[in-house]
Design a protein around this ligand. Sequence first.
Ligand code: G3H
Ligand code: ZN
Length: 307
Amino acid sequence: MTNDKNLKTYLSKAQQEHWAIGHFNFSTAEQLKAIVEAAAELKSPVMVATSEGEAEFVGYDQAVALVKSYQQAGYAVWLNADHHKSFESAKKAIDAGYDTVLIDASRLNLDENIGTTSQVVQYAHRGLTSIMVEGELGYLRGSSEVQEKVEINPTDYTQPEQAADFVARTGVERLAVVFGNIHGIVTEVITTTPTPNGVGAPTEASGEEKLDIEHLKKITVAVPETILVLHGASGLPDEDVRAAIAAGISNVHINTELRVAYHDTLHAELEKEPNQTTPYKFLASSQDAMKELVKKKLKLFGSVDKI
Ligand code: G3H
Ligand code: ZN
């Protein structure tokens, strides 16, 4: 295994060859181990990540030290600060030594989003320790959990012209885009069709999460150099994920499905062996479940045998 190529090189290769690098969140050391081992067994480069909450739980310095231990052993793994919502939290991750950061200022208006994102890019690119920065544009609904109801509204989508402007003005190298994707697994999706006056009217309820691939193609044309990132891939049908990768996505984020696999397996294990108190024994099956799921996703993303 080798780590002599950097993340940027792998992402560019993925972009050119139409496959995607998997990006998986972790909250504990054994979850990280499951992801890294799954990727290594399949010879897949992989991104691991902590959100602000996950990073506070693991510890910023500790997350960096854990991932560094794998990098020093030659694993092709990189640590991302996922959905860091302010300059201050992104700076904290950069200062701790994260390999890359997603500054997610998408809840702000466009000018404020550009302002905060640019500030992070300037900080990340200062001096000798330049790291890759991702920005986010559009309104990505939901959160990384199982939810009953989330609305999908095309007015939330990333607008192609705005994407080009955003990339030019901020200097981000990756962009999180919205084209029907939502965070989490949803049991009921409400699809809203915008009326001519711009006000959405709920038209359809279904259990299906569905990507708008034609819209993604317009974004790809508008920002051909930028690495496009699919967030919220949990709960999407495999064929949608494949179609998104074929249409220009080079990086796919999964969190909820891993959380569910870990939680459900652990829950079953504790029910089966209620008197087992040794963590490395009662956590082994949930770690395995995560590992198997990561492998399945890496095969879906086409990143096997790329190292
Ligand atoms: O940034 C994290 C991902 O977008 C996770 O989304 O929980 O729907 O898999 P997900
Ligand atoms: Zn996300």
